[in-house]
Design a protein around this ligand. Structure first.
Ligand code: PXG
Length: 310
């Protein structure tokens, strides 16, 4: 069985250095070799920070406003004040893309609590660390889109809403990383994560949709799913095309019984799922509605966004 994982890769550390990437770090654009942060940074010591993964298509940054709004909402939840306005952050992201001559790429925006002491006390952290990486993207193998993914349900649960809100895109990704390892060790590409009551929540780095007839179902965010920007976009597209979209809890039974299934995320876009826990979904091929929505999504990504080059 294929051991391939869904991954985003900028290559090895050497390759990245060779590319001469310019990184935005705390107000300066620095060469990747000089993009260094303190080992006392609470982002490193405690995963105390937030991040976003954003895409650029044909010189435009897709849904930048929504990503930044989510970043600021995540930061607010963890009581981390980002020392840039949304407008300033927009300029930083655009400039980082420009400096690296990005037309089609992946942007990683990270804000941490900043350097502090050995001890949790976040109020001893002097100044948040902000960095932005804008790099070319290595797309997922086309065969995933053509033939669909096989995924499994993993024992690791999605972070529960009763703990730190799973709506926060925080630097604490351990649960999802464990889930990813569990899937990888079973020879599949993604992990389906449930909550404590057995409801389907999402995958380790993507939201999930199932299709029954001409109705789409996706778990409501209150179950513990991230409010994915891609998820929202797919809901808009599907609704516009006249499909019903229902956000309500469902179980693995509903997934096995679905006609179609697909995942959504900034990196993966829309990706069909054809097998879950060794059960074939629908007819075992990417579904018609899935393919239509992925196609429409791709059309939108290349025509809508904040321009990098004027
Ligand atoms: N759920 C989770 C848990 C995520 O981390 C999504 C859904 C999709 O959200 P967007 O807004 O992208 O549609 C994510 C986002 C990666 C990678 O390398 C993916 C994410 C985060 C970090 C890395 O594939 N996912």
């Amino acid at each position: 069985m294929a051991k391939a994982a869904i991954f985003l890769s900028a290559g090895s550390a050497e390759e990245v250095t060779r590319l001469g990437l310019k990184i935005y770090l705390n107000g300066k654009y620095v060469d990747v070799r000089n993009a260094k942060i303190s080992i006392f940074d609470h982002g490193v010591l405690y995963g105390d920070g937030v991040f976003e993964g954003i895409r650029a298509y044909k010189g435009c940054i897709f849904r930048l406003k929504q990503h930044l709004e989510r970043l600021y909402a995540s930061a607010k939840y963890i009581m981390l004040k980002i020392p840039l306005t949304l407008g300033q952050m927009t300029d930083v992201v655009v400039n980082t893309c420009r400096m690296n001559k990005i037309k089609d790429g992946y942007i990683r925006l990270v804000v941490t609590r900043g350097p502090g002491t050995l001890g949790l006390a976040p109020w001893l952290c002097t100044k948040p660390t902000i960095f932005v990486i804008a790099d070319r993207i290595k797309l997922y193998p086309e065969e995933f889109y053509k033939n669909g993914l096989s995924i499994i349900t993993v024992p690791t649960l999605r972070n529960l809403p009763e703990t730190t809100s799973p709506r926060v895109k925080s630097l604490n990704y351990l649960n999802n990383i464990l889930a990813k390892i569990e899937a990888h060790n079973s020879g599949v590409q993604e992990a389906l994560m449930l909550n404590q009551r057995g409801y389907v929540v999402e995958c380790s780095g993507e939201n999930i949709f199932i299709v029954k007839g001409s109705t789409l179902y996706t778990p409501p965010v209150y179950l513990g799913a991230l409010k994915g920007i891609t998820r929202d976009c797919i809901i808009e597209i599907a609704t516009h095309l006249g499909f019903r979209v229902i956000e309500e809890p469902f179980t693995r039974f509903d997934v096995f019984d679905a006609d179609e299934c697909f995942l959504t995320g900034t990196a993966a876009e829309g990706i069909p799922v054809v097998k879950v826990d060794n059960r074939i979904i629908g007819n075992g091929r990417p579904g018609k509605i899935t393919k239509l929505l992925i196609k429409k999504y791709r059309e939108i990504t290349s025509t809508d966004g904040v321009m990098i080059y004027s």
